[in-house]
Ligand binder design. Structure first.
Ligand code: ASP
Length: 336
């Protein structure tokens, strides 16, 4: 399902999440593996929903949800992140508070267990918006966050994806797309993943509306398999992969980051609403199906507005996604 009805619904708190977009491998997927993805998404949604149900902030809810996604090896963020061309991990994350437009982000971190919390510590520190590498890690450490050995993030399935991408000389590839998934599947065992792990965009993200009418967004990623060391994608760039403004929307993107940067995708959703009077759905669809499509940009986004409307559009074959309103059952989806 790409979008939810745009009703004048009472502003029931709601959280939406994504775990990356990409090409389907429906024919390769076992029902058990598909269930595992749905179960993981459901558990993450429940954790964010619980925060919102007790009156917690949208910022807290998106951080709790993204932290859980980072800790889950099924997704390309935190543990289970993809490898760079040098077989290392470089992680990016961002958070933004729609009430104040305060934002924090980290890029190229290699030792922070939960990059989303490092991004939040940059926001809380308040001096800067985007910190990179060692210095970002020192700030995170000062904030009391856990540091880990770089191989904490590695999984054999991701290493197989890297080897496949390099053997095929494919350049940097999205985490949930096509043939390279099969290499990961051989490692992961029969069934593989619902989306092709070789070219899937496996970034994770969350957007939420809280009981106080405030919005927040968070995004975290390992980036693209086989990316050049030093490459930074859209996820930690405020306005590209992540944006939140209470007056319009909270947005978290997943896809080929270079394209999302070039169209300033997350902010473009808000700009279309602010300047053009577009609804959340019109703005989200236009960014994904027109602005990104026009430059060959593949991926999707999740967006919520202050009325509780939620849109989950993507221009790939699938996107791991879901939403949970307080008091309702979480809903999760993979395919169109
Ligand atoms: N957008 C991310 C990046 O380019 C990748 C992804 O969404 O999987 O770094």
């Amino acid at each position: 399902m790409n979008s939810m009805p745009q009703t004048a619904a009472p502003a029931t708190p709601v959280i939406a999440i994504h775990g990356g977009a990409g090409t389907l491998t429906r024919s390769h997927i076992s029902p058990e593996q598909e269930r595992a993805y749905h179960a993981a998404l459901q558990a993450v949604l429940r954790s964010g929903q619980a925060v919102l149900a007790r009156g917690g902030s949208a910022m807290e809810a998106v951080c709790v949800a993204v932290q859980a996604l980072e800790d889950c090896p099924l997704f390309n963020a935190g543990h289970g992140a993809v490898f760079t061309a040098d077989a290392t991990h470089e992680l990016d994350a961002a958070v933004m508070d729609g009430a104040t437009l305060a934002a924090g982000a980290v890029a190229g971190v290699t030792r922070v267990r939960n990059p989303v919390l490092a991004a939040r510590s940059v926001l809380q520190d308040g001096q800067h918006v985007l910190m990179i590498g060692d210095a970002a890690e020192r700030l995170a450490h000062k904030a009391g966050l856990a540091l880990v050995a770089p191989d904490y993030f590695s999984t054999e399935a991701r290493r197989a994806q890297l080897h496949t991408a390099q053997a095929q000389a494919r350049g940097a590839v999205l985490d949930h797309d096509g043939a390279a998934a099969q290499a990961a599947q051989q490692v992961a065992g029969p069934g593989g993943e619902p989306l092709d792990e070789g070219s899937k965009m496996g970034t994770v993200g969350a957007v939420a509306l809280d009981a106080h009418g405030h919005l927040a967004a968070a995004t975290s990623t390992g980036g693209l398999t086989n990316k050049r060391p030093g490459r930074v994608g859209d996820s930690p760039l405020i306005g590209a992969g992540t944006y939140a403004d209470d007056r319009q929307a909270a947005v978290s993107c997943t896809g080929h980051g270079e394209s999302f940067i070039r169209v300033a995708a997350a902010h473009d959703v808000c700009a279309r609403m602010a300047y053009g009077g577009a609804t959340l759905q019109q703005a989200s669809d236009a960014v994904v199906h027109q602005a990104l499509a026009a430059i060959g940009g593949t991926g999707g986004l999740i967006a919520v507005d202050a009325h509780g409307n939620v849109c989950l559009p993507f221009n790939t074959e699938g996107m791991y996604r879901g939403l949970a309103r307080v008091g309702e059952m979480p809903e999760t989806f993979i395919y169109r």
